[in-house]
Design a binder for this molecule. Structure first.
Ligand code: NAD
Length: 293
């Protein structure tokens, strides 16, 4: 089945969708990138071009390869343009209702052989697959952020996923030069089941006044040898995504230890979503990030 993947559809041109389009185009796939509006698509393309241009400057990519990769990406604000795709990866907002709507309307535009995947950080692959007309061809392909730099991809089979779908997804990941790991279909899978409760705990530590933003991040960088502090990482992931993952863990595992921190809820309610809105636990509007608490 893998040999048949030539054209990739990506739904959502945000941080993750643009990263997935970037690595796929650089690996030689034709990519159709979809989002709700031309503005979002242009922002996604600008991100891809910016990242590739920085790579060229650093010697990580040739100018020719950059131009070629960009020419392989087309954009579309409707699903009709995804008709020729062999695999479509959904990387839209982490909200089950949004994803269910996408998958239930998308199928009518696809050929019967098209494989479907979600890049969800936490939501049940089995449930998402169930709203499609091809649950056996559905799989979780969970890339890490930033996609061009991170080596790992989690593969998650739904209960309906057939072995050929898994093998095709694995072959696709291999062709991107990434390393897959396999997780069962449980809330937040492996990486986020471990990572997000730590981030949520860091927000509780801030909320309870145990330490400042700077103290918490410095403590975990220098005291636990983490490359990035947990609050800096939360801003990088997006606080809306962090909250959505904690809600899936809290509801899906029915255990109070996953209760989202009220301060995280407040930041999201304020629209302070981290880097993508220029303000989260740090304020990114100036030359250097300034801690907000
Ligand atoms: N941010 C991370 O670190 C990270 C890591 C791994 C996986 N993910 C997952 O990837 C997905 C996307 O996250 P992100 O960080 O890129 O979010 P983002 O907010 O940067 O981008 C989401 C994009 O989806 C688009 N969108 C929303 N509804 C849509 C629809 N109906 N049709 C088409 N496009 C639609 C939005 O316009 C936006 O451009 C989420 O499921 C998230 O959990 C995120």
């Amino acid at each position: 089945m893998d040999g048949q993947i030539r054209t990739l559809g990506v739904i959502g041109a945000g941080q993750m969708g643009s990263g997935i389009a970037h690595v796929a185009a650089a690996a030689g796939f034709d990519v159709v990138l979809n989002d709700l509006s031309a503005d979002r698509l242009n922002a996604g393309l600008a991100t891809i071009n910016g990242t590739m241009t920085r790579l060229v400057k650093k010697g990580g990519m040739t100018e020719e390869a950059r131009a070629e990769a960009l020419s392989r990406i087309t954009t579309a604000d409707s699903f009709a343009a995804l008709g020729d795709c062999d695999l479509v990866i959904e990387a839209a907002t982490e909200n089950e209702a949004v994803k269910r709507k996408i998958f239930s309307t998308l199928c009518a535009s696809l050929k019967p052989t098209t494989l479907l995947a979600s890049n969800t950080s936490s939501i049940s692959i089995t449930r998402l697959a169930s709203v499609t007309d091809r649950p056996e061809r559905f799989i979780g392909i969970h890339f890490m952020n930033p996609v061009p730099r991170m080596q790992l991809v989690e593969l998650i089979r739904g209960i309906q996923t057939v072995p050929a779908t898994f093998e095709a997804a694995k072959g696709f990941i291999d062709r991107l030069g990434k390393t897959p790991t396999v997780s069962e279909d449980f809330p937040a899978f492996i990486v986020n089941r471990i990572l997000l409760p730590m981030i949520n705990e860091a927000v509780y530590v801030l909320h309870e006044g145990v330490g400042s933003v700077e103290a918490i991040d410095t403590a975990m960088k220098l005291g636990a040898n983490h490359p990035m502090g947990p609050l800096q990482l939360a801003d990088f992931i997006g606080l809306d995504t962090c909250l959505a993952v904690m809600q899936v863990l809290y509801e899906g595992l029915a255990d109070s230890k996953y209760r989202p921190c009220p301060l995280l809820v407040k930041y999201v309610e304020a629209g302070w979503l981290g880097r993508k809105t220029q303000r989260g636990f740090y304020d990114y509007r100036g030359e250097i990030p300034i801690p907000t608490r």
